[in-house]
Design a protein around this ligand. Structure first.
Ligand code: NAD
Length: 707
């Protein structure tokens, strides 16, 4: 085959084969589109060529649009996907898509515009646009239903998830099922077509007169509306499919394009695309070369089999690692192993692992009560009590027994990692791996870089996160790192709101109604109010002038630790699925207000949301100024992945940039001027002042950020 940059071509008899060769995902970038358009034009004009096969890579036929072009003029420059598709529609000879691998987004639209498709039943197709607040924009919504039916097409586009071709109804998607090599099967198929007279068939000409389609779409609208409460794209997908059903093809395609163009301009799609790019960026460490050597990690030791240790062990086991789990007593160990078993069993029920893999996964776990068993581990993750003396004692022992080159990681949420590292003779090997609870479910992993943590340890930790299918974010050492330090400011603001007049329920409902997965008081009741209490006590000792959260402290002093004690900010009667408002809490709050001389006032939902979100963003800006977080977009990743921040709002830092930082500062000053109990809280972070004064974005101000 003669090759060029991103498209290979080869002629055999009357069949021309074009193979997309644009690694890593065969993205349909401008250069590939040009080469494809050029090759097709020549082939259409060449009388010796009677059929054309378009193939792709083994894993991916094509992943669609080139994300590197997003937002740049190249994205829609002709030849664009729509003009390529128009060429295929006008083609005088058959073009066959050889689905050598999975077809995603624009890659699938290209395949749908070909006259025939050859592939295997295992090959998957997907339209993930909905995750970016979009719908397919190159006739995907008009063509797919013509092959698989309206219901299946809507489900595929709504979920955004890959679906195996074998699961599609109707059996019309493939024109030939390949038994062996897909490209060869497609070429054989093409030979059979070469002498077929007349214009090749087009998906666009297939009828779509499903009698039940309209009723189904009406039903879909009612079902989707409550689920997609904050999202625009899902309902617009239904509109596009309705156009496919009711209108002639070209009118339907025009409507799809209009919807797509409208959505791409929405703040919601901008936010979702920001999160998408932020997650790709967060795994990169500024200043660390991509070829930094990495250590080999196969055997993992975990110390502590409590809530976190068991979850972390489950995460490692599920990702294929061998895990030695150490505890102080057989009893605690048995409890931990029990939780791991339960978590894996629930993974089987939810289809995350197969019943066959379950036994092998659990067999990789070695529970021990003797730390000496960790001497061969490549990585040891500590998840013992959050107590500096306990952690230091343990790291001293680990230092003595771990093999040279082993990475020693701490899962501490708040303690000084540098002090822990300093107890060892190998501080360069010490790193923070801060998992979130439940550790086998939550995708966020804060990787904490100590003063001495060596580059190869950091590079290894980043790679490890990928193997664990986590989203890593780098943080420097401070109390609470990125997530918990911001949550402290957020919770402090929530407490100030109730001091001033709101109820916990009002605060929770306002922020949940705005899209946050869980309000601060419900979240605290779930995590355990005693955890925050312990942190506050430490803060009071370290800084007696800091805000004294008397309402929360008294709640804890009354033993109301949350769900685990059946009472916290809410009460949890036996069998109740949700917390209920409790007059005890209302009375406690009223008494504290009286004591502080506060006359309660009504606070609206909008103010509640602004105060909570601006509290997060202001603290985030301080973290950037202090160099704790590398980039504003990393902070957004932390909040979206770790704290239930609605992705369609992009994260707290993206949100204030969309709102305009100068305006956000003005609002903060208004909050301060009102002279409520939170007046001192609202000093804008210096970075925000600089952003407002210069008009520069946070990314521009923090060198090395997403441009
Ligand atoms: P936990 O109390 O549930 O578990 C701690 C376990 O460590 C206990 O089973 C205890 O027996 C064991 N242990 C204590 N000292 C030990 C030793 N020397 N050797 C072996 N085992 C020992 O606590 P947790 O919630 O799992 O928290 C563990 C760590 O993870 C803490 O540092 C905590 O701050 C951090 N963390 C917790 C969460 C969370 O949501 N719970 C989230 C992130 C990080």
């Amino acid at each position: 085959m003669a090759g060029n940059a991103v498209l290979k071509s080869g002629l055999a008899g009357h069949v021309l084969t074009l193979v997309l060769a644009h690694p890593p995902v065969n993205a349909l970038g401008y250069v590939l589109r040009c080469q494809l358009a050029d090759a097709l034009e020549k082939a259409f004009a060449d009388p010796t060529i009677r059929a054309i096969v378009i193939g792709g890579g083994d894993a991916l036929f094509s992943a669609g649009a080139d994300v590197a072009e997003f937002g740049s003029p190249s994205a829609f420059r002709t030849p664009n996907l729509t003009s390529l598709i128009a060429m295929l529609d006008a083609a005088p000879k058959p073009v066959i898509a050889a689905l050598t691998g999975n077809a995603i987004g624009g890659g699938l639209e290209l395949a749908l515009a070909c006259h025939y498709r050859v592939g295997t039943l295992k090959t998957t197709i997907a339209f993930p646009e909905v995750h970016l607040g979009l719908i397919p924009g190159a006739q995907g919504t008009q063509r797919l239903p013509r092959l698989v039916g309206v219901e299946a097409a809507l489900n595929i586009m709504l979920s955004g998830q890959p679906v195996a071709i074998g699961q599609l109804s109707g059996g019309r998607f493939l024109d030939r099922i390949a038994e062996g090599d897909v490209l060869t099967a497609a070429q054989d198929f093409a030979v059979g077509l070469a002498d077929k007279p007349g214009k090749p068939p087009r998906v666009r000409d297939l009828p779509l007169d499903e009698a039940k389609a309209e009723a189904f779409l009406g039903f879909a609208r009612t079902m989707i509306a409550p689920q997609a409460r904050h999202l625009e794209a899902p309902l617009r997908l239904v509109d596009a499919l309705e156009a496919a059903v009711k209108k002639p093809f070209d009118k339907g395609a025009a409507e799809e394009l209009a919807i797509f163009r409208g959505l791409i301009e929405t703040p919601q799609s901008r936010a979702l695309r920001h999160v998408f790019f932020a997650e790709r960026m967060s795994g990169k460490i500024d200043g660390l070369p991509a070829d930094t050597p990495k250590r080999t990690i196969e055997q993992v030791g975990i110390v502590g089999a409590g809530t976190m240790g068991a979850g972390i062990a489950t995460a490692f086991l599920s990702a294929g690692f061998a895990v030695t789990l150490a505890e102080m007593s057989g009893e605690a160990l048995a409890r931990g192993v029990g939780s791991i078993r339960k978590a894996l069993e629930s993974g089987v029920k939810r289809g995350k692992i197969t019943a066959e893999a379950f036994g092998a996964t659990l067999a990789r776990l070695a529970p021990v009560t003797d730390l000496a068993a960790l001497s061969t581990a490549d990585l040891i993750v500590e998840a013992v009590f959050e107590d500096m003396a306990v952690k230091k004692g343990l790291f001293e022992k680990l230092d003595a027994l771990a093999k040279p080159g082993a990475i020693l990681a701490s899962n501490t949420s708040t303690l000084d990692l540098d002090a822990i590292a300093a107890i060892t003779k190998r501080p360069g090997d010490v790193v923070g791996l801060h998992f979130f609870s439940p550790a086998h479910v939550m995708r966020l992993l804060e990787i904490v870089r100590g003063k001495a943590t060596s580059d190869d340890v950091l590079a290894t930790a980043m790679e490890l996160a990928k193997r664990l299918r986590k989203v890593p974010v780098l943080a420097r050492v401070c109390d609470g790192f990125i997530g918990n330090r911001m949550v402290n400011a957020y919770f402090e603001q929530a407490l100030l709101l109730i001091e001033e007049g709101a109820s916990p329920d009002q605060v929770d409902k306002a922020i949940e109604g705005w899209g946050m997965a869980m309000g601060p008081f419900r979240m605290s009741d779930m995590a355990g109010n005693d955890i925050g209490w312990a942190i506050r006590k430490r803060h009071y000792a370290e800084d007696p002038g800091c805000y004294q959260a008397i309402i929360a402290d008294r709640l804890c002093a009354a033993g109301r630790f949350g769900q685990k004690s059946s009472a916290g900010w809410y009460r949890y009667p036996p069998g109740a699925r949700k917390g209920e408002n409790d007059p005890f809490v209302a009375a406690l709050i009223a008494a504290c207000r009286l004591e502080r001389g506060i006359t309660p006032r009504r606070i609206g939902a909008e103010e509640i949301v602004q105060r909570l979100v601006y509290a997060l963003a202001n603290e985030g800006a301080r973290l950037l100024d202090e160099g704790i977080a590398q980039r504003a977009s990393d902070i957004d990743v932390v909040y979206v992945q770790g704290y239930g921040f609605p992705p369609h709002r992009g994260g707290p830092m993206h949100l204030i940039e969309e709102a305009g930082i100068a305006d956000v500062i003005r609002t903060m000053r208004d909050f301060a001027r009102r002279n409520g109990p939170d007046a001192a809280f609202w000093a804008p972070a210096p970075l925000l002042e600089r952003a407002a004064a210069t008009g520069l974005s946070l990314a521009q101000l923090c060198k090395g950020d997403v441009a």
